[in-house]
Design a protein around this ligand. Structure first.
Ligand SMILES: NC(=O)c1ccc[n+]([C@@H]2O[C@H](COP(=O)([O-])OP(=O)(O)OC[C@H]3O[C@@H](n4cnc5c(N)ncnc54)[C@H](OP(=O)(O)O)[C@@H]3O)[C@@H](O)[C@H]2O)c1
Length: 327
């Protein structure tokens, strides 16, 4: 997405730089979690338009044209002091404890990052009319009434979903216009320090080992760069709540079949398995497919799974496989 993305900022509180179309705002765009899977892709895609400041915690990372700072978001005093010194023009908050099983085992850590740190960032922004984008999840739903639109009633069934929903609710009391984007299952090329579920699939299949994949778990997976652009779109439009799901409802098993086809792997390695008979730390909603009509009407353009997987393959052919993460 180039200038047609129209990153002229319509969100409240951002002064548009009229003398420089490439640098939309004279203050930086802060992207927390820039070492994470989504954050890394987002910093790269935002950097032509913004002066981008990224943060990492345990995994230092570089990105051309992006300033990176180590920040522990659980140290709320330091966070506030650092934010005041930075004086960002907008914030997109992607840092999180993002794995549901980890959140189930470490609820206090999950609460500290997914709720408290989110509230601190939102409050700082709210008090200064700085646009604040929060990356929530479709796991705020129970999976029993898909497809889910922005009007659907959340009912989380695991700690991760509960904490994300609490953060959604609390930031609405701390910021006058928070921008909440609920994200689907993400996939895409591995970054220097992070990957998606796809990389786990590849590692197993590349080793010629059988891969158990659920036939009864449905998602609307989205290619990570499309979602990153969706977040920038949400920031531009200043929406209150937006679902950024992919265009297809697909089971994990059928996702695996697409991988087998595009990456020339034997489909016989895929072992159809039933999620309802599997034991995991965090309960997993059965069907989190989404209704994205609102985002599509704004110009969101998520590609389908086959196109997304081809993009991963092309990326790898261009850059060579990540030395630590396959594809
Ligand atoms: N991936 C998905 O499929 C998916 C689906 C729905 C929603 N989401 C949401 O999208 C966002 C991005 O997800 P992701 O998959 O990109 O996450 P990720 O790869 O797990 O990255 C998490 C990021 O958070 C940072 N972080 C964790 N604890 C921190 C702390 N105490 N202080 C500062 N930073 C900390 C990590 O920094 P270090 O690595 O440097 O420690 C990393 O940059 C999250 O809000 C997630 O809930 C993701």
């Amino acid at each position: 997405m180039g200038p047609e993305l129209g990153l002229e900022n319509k969100s409240p509180g951002i002064a548009m730089a009229t003398d420089n179309r490439d640098r939309i705002c004279d203050r930086p765009l802060l992207i927390t979690g820039a070492s994470g899977f989504l954050g890394w892709h987002l910093t790269r895609l935002a950097s032509p338009y913004w002066s981008v400041q990224g943060t990492y915690h345990q995994h230092p990372v570089d990105q051309v044209g992006v300033t990176m700072t180590c920040l522990d978001l659980s140290d709320l005093d330091r966070v506030q002091a650092w934010l005041a010194a930075l004086n960002p023009g907008a914030v997109i908050h992607t840092a999180a404890l993002s794995q549901p099983n980890v959140c189930e085992h470490q609820p206090q850590q999950s609460y500290a990052i997914n709720v408290k740190a989110t509230c601190t960032l939102a409050e700082f922004c709210g008090q200064r009319s700085i646009p604040f984008v929060f990356t929530s999840t479709e796991q705020v739903f129970d999976g029993e009434a898909a497809p889910y639109s922005e009007g659907s009633t959340p009912r989380p069934i695991n700690t991760y979903g509960q904490h994300k929903l609490e953060a959604e609710q609390r930031i609405q009391t701390l910021h006058p216009h928070p921008i909440i984007c609920r994200l689907p299952l993400l996939y895409g090329p591995a970054t220097p320090r992070a990957g998606s579920f796809l990389q786990g699939f590849f590692q197993t299949l590349a080793a010629g080992q059988p891969l158990s994949v659920f036939v009864d778990e449905f998602r609307s997976p989205a290619y990570v760069e499309d979602v990153a652009l969706g977040l920038l779109l949400a920031l531009r439009e200043g929406v209150d709540l937006l679902h950024l799901g992919g265009p297809e409802r697909i089971s994990r098993y059928h996702f695996g079949l697409r991988i087998a086809e595009i990456f020339n792997v034997s489909p016989a390695l895929l072992v159809p398995t039933e999620q309802r008979h599997s034991t995991m730390a965090a309960r997993r909603p059965a069907d989190l497919s989404t209704d994205n009509q609102r985002a599509l009407a704004l110009g969101y353009q998520p590609r389908d799974v086959a196109a997304g997987l081809r993009a991963v393959r092309d990326w790898s052919e261009r850059t060579g496989p990540n030395p630590t993460l396959v594809y």
